[in-house]
Design a protein around this ligand. Structure first.
Ligand code: NAD
Ligand code: UDP
Ligand code: UDP
Length: 322
């Protein structure tokens, strides 16, 4: 049984059946809180939360955040939104609606209840960045009419809404700019680079480097990321963010492919495929603000985080679930 304390709060986690959301639900329940998980299962899955369904302090509700929601909670983590380019570009108008209408509804809920609300924003607000590494005061370099815009501009508008509710209604907001995160429960077919490379390696297929494979990303293990989100929620009201949350360890996609081949023991070759439009050339968080404000630093290096991630995907493949 999880340890219970006398300070149990009830948190709403939108997108709680997704990759990051389900790990957040685990941590909140483990810390003795109650969780209301709201999800429309667009990209998430009941499997991700199946182990929580018997917990008396966990409740799952099917709901689309683009519609109003009337519940009673003590705090809100707003994570609902497809996160991989393949998923969010499948229905781009719905993606923007989820970010914008979803933010309005969850902010309206937080305002009525007068409770803190955390937004899962993204490093994508920086677009294809012209400064490196990215600090929170950089305004970004986003193509407003490109195929990534439904996600990038939706998330930027959500940040705008958060700060206007804060200014207009004195709402307690926490904006986290999350950088590429990976770990168990990523969707095996979401097209993201970590899941793609591992699935290709496990199947013995060639590994697809888009473009020259020299573009960079910085990968944060999900447990570290969730720790950052919880610390941010627990800050006092004066801390609004935006705060970068990510692991500054920066790798080219070629280096990532090599690490995946080493971890899986695969015989896969690397091949090249076309670079998607507006693909950012480089990305690395400056996490000085999170280090100072949250006393948070990621602890899991890529090689260590790949082990449980590969094990998770290997299990899916062996059970014929992917
Ligand atoms: P995910 O796709 O696994 O999870 C998103 C969840 O939101 C899914 O369970 C999905 O079904 C749900 N959802 C989507 N639209 C919804 C709607 N209209 N109503 C209710 N639920 C809805 O993605 P993830 O990687 O866990 O990302 C979680 C959040 O973190 C997202 O907001 C994403 O933008 C943000 N983020 C993630 C990363 C990353 O690297 N994973 C990076 C930056 C930001
Ligand atoms: N809202 C909600 N749950 C609530 C309170 C509000 O979903 O508990 C929605 C509401 O339907 C509205 C949105 O949040 O569409 C914004 O609410 P707000 O009170 O800020 O604005 P208004 O209702 O005045 O448009
Ligand atoms: N990428 C790749 N091969 C793949 C999938 C992605 O080389 O099979 C590249 C992609 O072009 C991008 C990087 O990996 O430069 C990260 O892509 P992902 O979709 O995971 O995240 P994002 O671009 O949103 O950071």
């Amino acid at each position: 049984m999880p340890t219970r304390n006398h300070f149990r709060k009830t948190y709403l986690v939108t997108g709680g059946a997704g990759f990051i959301g389900s790990h957040l639900c685990d941590r909140l329940i483990g810390a003795g809180h109650a969780v209301l998980c709201v999800d429309n299962y667009l990209t998430g899955s009941r499997d991700n939360i199946a182990h929580l369904l018997d917990d008396p302090h966990f409740e799952a509700m099917r709901h689309d955040v683009t519609f109003p929601l009337f519940v009673e909670v003590d705090g809100i983590f707003n994570l609902a939104c497809p996160a991989s380019p393949v998923h969010y570009q499948r229905d781009p108008v719905q993606t923007t609606k989820t970010s914008v209408h979803g933010a309005i509804n969850m902010l309206g809920l937080a305002k009525r209840l007068n409770v803190p609300i955390l937004q899962a924003s993204t490093s994508e607000v920086y677009g294809d960045p012209e400064i490196h590494p990215q600090t929170e005061d950089y305004w970004g370099h986003v193509n407003p009419i490109g195929t990534r815009a439904c996600y990038d501009e939706g998330k930027r508008c959500a940040e705008t809404l958060f700060f206007d509710y804060h200014r207009e209604h004195d709402l307690e907001i926490k904006v986290a700019r999350i950088f590429n995160t990976y770990g168990p429960r990523m969707h095996p077919n979401d097209g993201r680079v970590v899941s793609n490379f591992i699935m290709q390696a496990l199947r013995g297929d060639d590994i697809t480097l888009y473009g020259d494979g020299e573009q960079t990303r910085s990968f944060c293990y999900v447990d570290d990321l969730v720790e950052g989100l919880i610390r941010l929620m627990n800050t006092d009201a004066a801390v609004t963010g935006p705060v970068n949350l990510g692991n500054p360890g920066e790798f080219t996609m070629r280096e990532l492919a090599r690490a995946v081949i080493d971890e899986t023991g695969a015989k896969s070759q690397m091949i090249h495929a076309p670079l998607p439009a507006d693909d950012p050339r480089q990305r690395q968080p400056d996490i000085s603000l999170a280090q100072q404000t949250l006393e948070w630093t990621p602890t899991v290096p890529l090689v260590d985080g790949l082990q449980p991630t590969v094990a998770y995907f290997r299990d899916l493949v062996e059970r014929g679930l992917s």
